[in-house]
Design a protein around this ligand. Structure first.
Ligand SMILES: Nc1nc2c(ncn2[C@@H]2O[C@H](COP(=O)(O)OP(=O)(O)O)[C@@H](O)[C@H]2O)c(=O)[nH]1
Ligand SMILES: [Mg+2]
Length: 272
């Protein structure tokens, strides 16, 4: 019988809108640091394992170290309100490949403002890109304001989309009370080194045992379309008292009243 290995990795969440480059950044971290650190990856996909497949096909990490959690309709729920499926996936990964230094968790990115629960990750990146427009950083939101690191990605595209990277980074800094912001492009090795060093520094702090995960705060209220309801849907608020029930339950349309939008929406735990 093998003794369960309880070695705990540093768990890093990667959040941000779809297409900003979360999977690419995870691939970059794996490519740049897999010789130095023992890594694992968990992706959160709605009904598929597309992000996991992309990462496996990138060939930057053994395929077995990349696993998908299929979240059903609400990826933001699975990283924030009921993190059970993700926690199990992270813990299985830590046990199967013990000891791991870092487990990266990619959010499903179904919502602009989704952030990770500090119960799931020790720290989180929030990823924007220059193609999303220079004013996004100024608009704020919990991830932009309080993620451990804000990344302004794809700086190589800035000249083509008319964005001033320096200004976008400055706007991000202003929205963050001085928390770090990194302009990044996978084609700019200096910026890539900046990301690597940030991760090394975070890991070093984590290993001292003094690191306290920061909660960026609940995501903004958002609308869930549902044709069976008056008004065509319902507004889902993530205010703490209401949604973060202490029993871990989440009143997210599982009462059958409007369950068509959430059919099959229970997170499944993929052992692949
Ligand atoms: N030009 C450029 N494109 C990038 C960069 N990083 C990612 N991309 C592209 O952005 C698109 C979306 O990236 P992906 O990682 O799938 O985004 P995700 O949805 O946030 O996981 C892909 O076509 C990537 O190749 C970058 O640094 N520069
Ligand atoms: Mg992705």
């Amino acid at each position: 019988m093998t003794t369960p290995n309880t070695t705990r990795s540093f768990r890093l969440g990667v959040a941000g809108p779809v297409g900003t480059g979360k999977s690419s950044i995870i691939a970059l971290i794996c490519r740049e640091l897999s010789a130095e650190l023992r890594l694992g990856v968990i992706t959160n996909d709605i009904y598929t394992d597309e992000d996991a497949r992309f990462l496996r096909s990138a060939g930057v990490l053994e395929p077995e170290r990349i696993r998908a959690v299929e979240t059903g309709a609400c990826p933001h729920t699975a990283i924030r309100d009921d993190v059970t499926a993700n926690l199990l996936a992270v813990e299985d990964m830590e046990q199967d490949f013990a000891p791991l230094d870092v487990v990266l968790v990619e959010s499903g990115g179904d919502n602009l403002t989704a952030t990770f629960s500090p119960a799931l990750v020790d720290a989180q990146l929030f990823v924007l890109d220059v193609a999303g427009g220079g004013d996004v950083a100024r608009k704020g939101g919990p991830g932009i304001a309080r993620a451990d690191l804000l990344i302004v990605n794809k700086t190589d595209l800035a000249p083509y989309v008319g964005v001033d990277v320096g200004q976008m980074v400055a706007d991000g800094s202003a929205a963050r009370d001085g928390r770090p912001v990194l302009g990044l492009s996978r084609t700019d090795q200096v910026s890539v080194e900046g990301l690597k060093q940030w991760l090394r520094d975070m890991l070093a702090v984590f290993r001292t045992g003094t690191h306290v995960p920061v909660d960026p705060g609940p995501m903004a209220p958002h609308f869930h379309a549902d044709e069976s309801l008056p008004g065509g849907g319902f507004t889902h608020t993530h205010d703490e008292a209401h949604d973060h029930a202490h029993d871990g339950s989440h009143d997210h349309a599982h009462d059958g009243a409007h369950d068509d939008a959430h059919a099959g929406g229970e997170p499944t735990h993929a052992h692949s």
